[in-house]
Design a protein around this ligand. Structure first.
Ligand SMILES: [Zn+2]
Length: 141
């Protein structure tokens, strides 16, 4: 039978271990934040790519492998510091809100993929206004 002393010792060890684990994650996160501040450009080896999702610019979505659980998916061209600033890129997509499959042998990868979308004309923003004005001018309201 486990004595009260053994139990108390185990509880204390567990609490100390939790503290070490928590501190470890905190330090990792701080190191990553600092890295992001000092040098936000990552190498291919430092990134995990999506299995299928691409940025509108044509490169795969990715995130740095050292980031924390509150981080986000971003354009891999931006993360690698080679993004064309004249084209549209994805917003940062937080892990918490977007379930995007990571690359794997089974799911495939968007690493080395570059599949730009054909140029689309800018969507008109005054569609409804124009429609409404036309209806008004014809007296149909
Ligand atoms: Zn992009």
């Amino acid at each position: 039978m486990i004595s009260q002393d053994q139990y108390d010792t185990a509880v204390k060890a567990e609490s100390e271990a939790t503290e070490v684990v928590t501190q470890y994650h905190k330090e990792q996160l701080e190191a990553f934040s600092q890295r992001l501040k000092d040098n936000p450009v990552f190498t291919e080896d430092e990134l995990r790519y999506s299995a299928r999702n691409l940025c509108p610019c044509g490169y795969g979505l990715a995130y740095p492998t050292d980031c924390g659980p509150m981080h986000y998916w971003d354009c891999s061209a931006i993360l690698r510091g080679m993004a064309d600033t004249s084209v549209k890129h994805t917003d940062q997509l937080p892990f918490a809100f977007y379930s995007i499959k990571s690359e794997s042998d089974r799911n495939g990868t968007t690493r080395d993929v570059y599949r730009p979308q054909p140029e689309k004309p800018e969507a008109p923003t005054d569609d409804f206004t124009g429609y409404k004005a036309e209806r008004e001018s014809r007296g149909i309201l």
